[in-house]
Design a protein around this ligand. Structure first.
Ligand code: SF4
Length: 355
């Protein structure tokens, strides 16, 4: 049968765009997607071993200037005010020391698209975190120009994110009316061209077709310094312009995209989204996650609705400065990773005494 034949071939080689489209069209039922996940997990194990990385996160470091805001963003909810976090060098050093003790080796730093402020803020934090031996990923959308990326490279940046979310131009304009796909593509190409590892996210379920998704995945495949692909899925904030206008996809749709992505990208990092679905992403072939490790934020403003997902017990909030905490989800998520048959970094195991 063709479905089994395509999957069996995928064990040995990258699938073609036609095969990717075939798998999207023929793996919606549980009997099919469970087989797809099994093959994707086998390819992950063969190509990248059994490690799952739980990166740290420090966000909201600069305001976003995209106007009007993207319709799926919390900024698009009327009355919503996003508070920006600013840290002195001393506070950054304290954050770094606290995060270090959790065994975390990589931190993503980021904020909104803000061409005036983002480059200097990111370079300052990058330099501070590098002093403490962290790997650092920067995500400020398309706010960086060539000279900023060159400077970050000089200071040892490990990865820079530039996401398109969707490459269907019409849908991009609908859901990101203040943003520019062309600018995002140009930034991604500069990062790639300068030999810096590129990370890029796809948002599933915004109205794109399977063909759009396949073209997006293979466009990214063509970027030689692509290091990581993130698969997120549309979630709709209460009171946002999308409420009542769009139905968000099932997380299974994101998981199927991760699995098909694994059969294309083979030895790249594939990242899932919300931590409460961590084991679904693992089953589908992912091997990386942010928002499932440590995060820095104001006390009482833990992100990602972890509490609502019943993940509060076991998460440590470590007070650092001026009402800020380092929230450590690793006591929960590292155990979930290990329970699924994968492993976390030795430094995380050691910090949690899981040897
Ligand atoms: S670029 Fe990011 S932060 Fe800015 S409006 Fe869009 S989703 Fe929100």
């Amino acid at each position: 049968m063709k479905f089994e034949r395509v999957l069996n071939n995928a064990l040995e080689r990258e699938i073609t765009p036609q095969e990717a489209l075939f798998l999207f069209e023929n793996s919606a039922s549980p009997d099919r997607y469970l087989k797809l996940f099994q093959i994707a997990s086998a390819v992950r194990k063969k190509e990248m071993g059994n490690f799952f990385l739980l990166d740290g996160w420090m966000g909201n470091l600069v305001s976003c200037k995209i106007s009007p805001p993207c319709l799926y963003c919390s900024r698009a909810v009327p009355g919503h005010k996003r508070k920006i976090s600013q840290f002195s060098s001393g506070q950054l050093a304290k954050i770094a020391e606290t995060v270090k003790k959790t065994g975390t080796s990589m931190i993503q730093i980021g904020g909104g698209t803000n061409c005036e402020e983002a480059p200097a803020v990111m370079i300052r934090i990058l330099q501070e975190l590098k002093k403490h031996g962290f790997q650092v990923r920067v995500n400020v959308g398309p706010a960086l120009e060539r000279e900023h990326i060159q400077e970050m490279k000089k200071f040892g940046v490990d990865e820079i994110t530039c996401s398109f979310e969707t490459m269907n131009e019409k849908i991009f304009r609908q859901i990101k009316p203040g943003d520019s796909l062309e600018k995002r593509k140009a930034t991604a190409h500069i990062i790639n061209g300068l030999g810096v590892s590129l990370s890029s996210n796809i948002m599933v379920g915004v109205g794109e077709s399977y063909q759009d998704r396949v073209e997006h995945l293979f466009y990214l495949k063509g970027l030689e310094n692509l290091g990581q692909v993130g698969i997120t899925w549309l979630r709709i904030h209460q009171g946002s312009p999308l409420e009542g206008k769009k139905i968000p996809p099932s997380p299974i749709e994101a998981a199927r995209t991760i699995a098909i992505g694994r059969l294309i990208f083979r030895n790249k990092w594939l990242k899932g989204s919300s931590p409460q679905y961590l084991q679904l992403w693992i089953a589908a072939g992912a091997n990386r996650q942010i928002h499932g490790g440590v995060s820095v934020h104001r006390k009482g403003e833990r992100l990602i609705g972890a509490g609502g997902a019943g993940m509060n017990s076991g998460i440590e909030d470590i007070e650092i400065c001026d009402g800020y905490v380092v929230s450590n989800m690793l006591p929960v998520t590292a155990r979930w990773v290990i329970a699924s048959g994968m492993d976390v970094e030795p430094s995380v195991r050691k910090a949690l005494s899981l040897n």
